[in-house]
Ligand binder design. Structure first.
Ligand SMILES: [Zn+2]
Ligand SMILES: [Zn+2]
Length: 305
C-alpha cells in the first residue's frame, strides 16, 4: 500500500513533524525510514554544500558523502539508485529558509544517475553522483522569486569569503547546469558563482566603460552588476564565457541599445580573460570559440551578431 503523508505540495512543516510523519531520523539530506519504507530527500538550499538544481521539471539531486568522491553503493545512494526496483517510496522536501521544510511530493528517478565535479566540504574538487528526479504526479513547486533572490544573496555573501581559485571552480561548474526552474515571477534562476566570479575578475572596474564602480556596497565591495552578453532571455548561457561585470549605467545601456560595438568590446574582454587564465575548462576550449558539456557553442567573437 502506498505511503500516505497527508501533506500537500508547497506545505511547510518543521523537522520534528517531518520525522514524526515519515518515521525517519532528524539529520541529513537522505533519510531512510524502515517503518514507513520510504526514503525522504531534503534538498537544502540554505545550508547544504550541494548544488542541487531544477532543469525543465527535473531535480538534479546530489547524492550522499560530504568529502571525497561519492560512491553509488554507499548507503542511501544505493537505496535511491535501486528505488525503481526495491519498492522504497521516495519523497522530496526543499528548504528555502532556515528550518522550513517545504513538501514537494513523491519523486522517482527519471534518468540514470550521472557523475559531475563539485567542491566538497573542504573546497576540494571531487566527483559526486547526481540523481535526476521527477515528480510522480503534479507540477514542480514554484517558489517565490523573492525567496530565491534571498538565497542567491546569501551565496554571493559566502562567495566573498572564497579565494579566487575556489570561486573560479564553482563558477566553471556552471557549464553543466544551465537551465532553470519555474518561479512565481518571470526572471530565471541565475548561478550566483558565475556572477560573483566575473565581478571579482572585474576588480572594481566596469568591463564596458573601464570606469571605477560608482559606489561601494554595505560590505565595502565595488558595486557592479553581472550581465550576460547573449541575454538569458534569448537563451544565452549562464556561464563565465557569456558573463561580464558592468556599472549600472552601462548595464542599462546594454539592455536598451545592445549595440554591436559594445557587444564586441565585451566579447573581447571575455576572450582576453579566458586567454589569460588558460580557458575556462582545459581541453574544452577549441580556438577562440568554446563549447559547453552538451557540445553547445558558447558565444565568442567570430559568431557575434
Ligand atoms: Zn560602465
Ligand atoms: Zn544584463
Amino acid at each position: 500500500m502506498p505511503f500516505e503523508s497527508g501533506l500537500r505540495c508547497g506545505e511547510i512543516i518543521d523537522n520534528s513533524r517531518l520525522c514524526a510523519i515519515f518515521g525517519c531520523g532528524p539529520q541529513g539530506g537522505m533519510r531512510r525510514s524502515l517503518s514507513s519504507n520510504t526514503l525522504v530527500l531534503v534538498s537544502n538550499h540554505v545550508e547544504s554544500i550541494y548544488d542541487d538544481r531544477w532543469i525543465d521539471g527535473v531535480l538534479h539531486y546530489t547524492g550522499m558523502g560530504k568529502t571525497g568522491d561519492q560512491s553509488l553503493t554507499f548507503m542511501q545512494n544505493k537505496t535511491l539508485k535501486e528505488s525503481s526496483e526495491n519498492n522504497v517510496e521516495v519523497f522530496l522536501f526543499e528548504v528555502f529558509s532556515e528550518k522550513e521544510y517545504t513538501f514537494i511530493g513523491r519523486v522517482c528517478l527519471v534518468d540514470v544517475p550521472y557523475q559531475e565535479q563539485q567542491p566538497d566540504e573542504l573546497e576540494e574538487t571531487r566527483t559526486v553522483w547526481i540523481f535526476p528526479l521527477g515528480l510522480v504526479q503534479g507540477q514542480p513547486f514554484a517558489p517565490n522569486q523573492a525567496l530565491l533572490g534571498k538565497l542567491a544573496a546569501r551565496k554571493e555573501k559566502f562567495a566573498e569569503t572564497l579565494s579566487e581559485d575556489d570561486l573560479r571552480r564553482r563558477a566553471e561548474a556552471a557549464h553543466s547546469r544551465t537551465g532553470g526552474r519555474v518561479v512565481t515571477s518571470v526572471a530565471r534562476e541565475r548561478d550566483p558563482w558565475v556572477s560573483a566570479y566575473v565581478k571579482r575578475l572585474a576588480n572594481g572596474r566596469c568591463d564596458l566603460c573601464d570606469q571605477a564602480a560608482p559606489f561601494e556596497t554595505k560590505n565595502g565591495l565595488p558595486y557592479l552588476e553581472a550581465h550576460h552578453v547573449e541575454w538569458l532571455a534569448r537563451d544565452g548561457l549562464d556561464v563565465i564565457e557569456n558573463c561580464v561585470a558592468l556599472c549600472p549605467n552601462c548595464h542599462r545601456k546594454m539592455h536598451v541599445l545592445d549595440t554591436k560595438p559594445d557587444r564586441r568590446k565585451l566579447q573581447a574582454v571575455i576572450l582576453r580573460r579566458l586567454d589569460s587564465r588558460g580557458g575556462a575548462t582545459p581541453g574544452e576550449s577549441r580556438g577562440t570559440a568554446s563549447f559547453n558539456r552538451d557540445g553547445r557553442r558558447i558565444p565568442a567573437i567570430e559568431n557575434a551578431n
